[in-house]
Design a protein around this ligand. Sequence first.
Ligand code: DAT
Ligand code: MG
Length: 148
Amino acid sequence: MERTFLMVKPDGVQRNIIGEIVSRFEKKGFQLVGAKLMQVSTSLAEQHYGEHKEKPFFGELVDFITSGPVFAMVWEGENVIATARQMMGSTNPIDAQPGTIRGDFGLTVGKNVIHGSDSPESAEREIKLFFKEEELVHYTKLMNDWIY
Ligand code: DAT
Ligand code: MG
């Protein structure tokens, strides 16, 4: 089963929408296999956003993601990587459709509430970066028979 890394960013934590965001993925039918509230260090932030290190906004991005606790999660399900990206909406909330997380809760690209892996390669890399194998839980939900 496919897995992705999702993270409620510091703005989402401060605005009390962790539950709302978790709820959307639960209701969709995805399964939570790991989660923790944590403070991202500068070095973890720089690794996580490594692909953006030449961008003019890199410094701001690292400062923002380390500015307060984040809620890091691993979710599992069929096509979860692409579907979670659709549920998040476009990077810039101005372009994000209503009904998406960024469309419903964000106003600016700097504070866009949620991170989600954009490919199987980044999902694998980001899950490893944020979680130890023993922090991920393997279990079966009976409800899956009504989803798949
Ligand atoms: P996404 O988070 O949708 O995968 P991304 O990987 O292109 O988007 O960028 C990572 C984050 O960097 C994004 O969530 C917000 C920030 N960001 C992207 N483009 C930006 C820009 N032009 N100015 C400021 N911040 C930006
Ligand atoms: Mg990205």
